[in-house]
Write a protein that binds this ligand. Structure first.
Ligand code: KG4
Length: 340
């Protein structure tokens, strides 16, 4: 008999529900929230309200597309954190209510573990290789920049992480300050393809060990643009492709330096990436190129699994479920990773 797992994700600004049959994906529905675009960033209260509007249709559609009845679900997995508290509250409350009404086991999932395991979601129509344990995962998103050593689906260790901004935050904030739009990652990625990555140079951090820092490069870019604009008001408009290409290259250099160091220190050669920034075409290209040079096996998630999605939450939940882990109806969301 198959295990059917429903996953529910609502940690930031995407409402998502997915159904897996074991490790295999049956459905993955995502409702993104365009309402934040006008503000250049996610407005938490608006995100919570949109989740409330979206959660019932999104979950119903995921179950319908999976072609199962709700009573067939073996477990309901939900993102308990980290994320925006009001957003998490919607998914958590909905998961608890559904579990109670169906008398179905409830499993809590750490959102970051979902990103780390995203590459293990299997698709019946697209067989793909998966990393062997232990592997390293470069987890890069709007809220995180980490190098994680993954020893099994349930055991992982953070080897290094940002001490200030996340890399996605650097993309988003710099794009906003340059007037290029939100979210910044996709915009900068697109413009960078048209520019010269070696034209401008921005400050790189010197942080010991495997930790990252992105606030210095962000400030370096912003001061540079401000000073050039004071001399020539059309500087940004005339040079935006080169600025984006040079800035993106700097971020990728910073990410790759520590990833290469981590691979050397641990001797691990299976390297995966995850999180929203893993959609970046420059980063994907560099990981593949470094991998070919260094004898790594590299694993890049499909685009639909790079940003927030419930398929990865259902999968992480499935592993916890198999491990006999359940949570009670008194579980509360946790906005910070340290509280999980
Ligand atoms: O994982 P994710 O969806 O959730 C959060 O952590 O919020 O990541 C969102 C981040 C944003 O910072 C966005 O700018 C970035 O992922 N992103 C990208 C690209 N697509 C999304 N960054 C660089 N290049 C991209 N193509």
């Amino acid at each position: 008999m198959s295990d059917y797992i429903l996953g529910i994700e609502s940690s930031c600004d995407d409402t998502s529900a997915a159904v897996l049959q074991g490790e295999y994906l049956l459905s993955n529905v995502i409702a993104s929230q365009d309402v934040h675009k006008a503000y250049g960033g996610v407005i938490p209260e608006l995100a919570s309200r949109s989740h409330q509007l979206n959660i019932v249709p999104v979950v119903s559609e995921a179950i319908r597309r999976a072609g199962i009845r709700p009573s067939q679900l073996s477990a309901i997995a939900f993102t308990r954190g980290p994320g925006l508290l009001g957003s998490l509250l919607v998914g958590t409350s909905f998961a608890k209510t559904l579990a109670l009404s169906l008398d179905c086991p409830l499993v809590e999932v750490n959102h970051l573990q979902g990103h780390i395991l995203a590459g293990f979601v299997r698709q019946y129509d697209k067989p793909a290789p998966v990393p062997s344990f232990p592997y390293l995962c470069l987890l890069v998103s709007g809220g995180n920049s980490q190098i994680v050593r993954v020893d099994s689906p349930l055991e992982f260790e953070i080897l290094g992480q940002t001490i200030d901004d996340a890399v996605g935050e650097a993309f988003d904030k710099c794009s906003k300050m340059m007037g290029l739009g939100y979210p910044g990652g996709p915009v900068i990625d697109r413009l960078a393809k048209l520019g010269d990555p070696d034209r401008f140079h921005f400050a790189k951090p010197h942080i010991p060990g495997l930790d990252y820092s992105f606030s210095g490069v962000k400030t370096s870019l912003l001061y540079f643009v401000r000073d050039e604009m004071a001399k020539d008001p059309s500087f940004m408009e005339n040079n935006k492709e080169d600025i984006c290409a040079s800035f993106q290259k700097t971020l990728i250099d910073i990410l790759m330096d520590k990833l290469v160091k981590a691979a050397r220190q641990t001797g691990i050669r299976d390297i995966a990436i995850g999180g929203g920034v893993s959609a970046n075409s420059g980063l994907r290209g560099r990981i593949v190129a470094e991998g070919e040079r260094r004898g790594w096996r590299t694993f890049l998630p499909e685009f639909k699994f790079t940003t927030d999605n419930a398929a990865m939450i259902a999968l992480a939940g499935y592993y916890h479920y198999l491990n006999g882990e359940r949570c009670g109806l008194d579980v509360a969301p946790a906005s910070r990773a340290a509280e999980l």
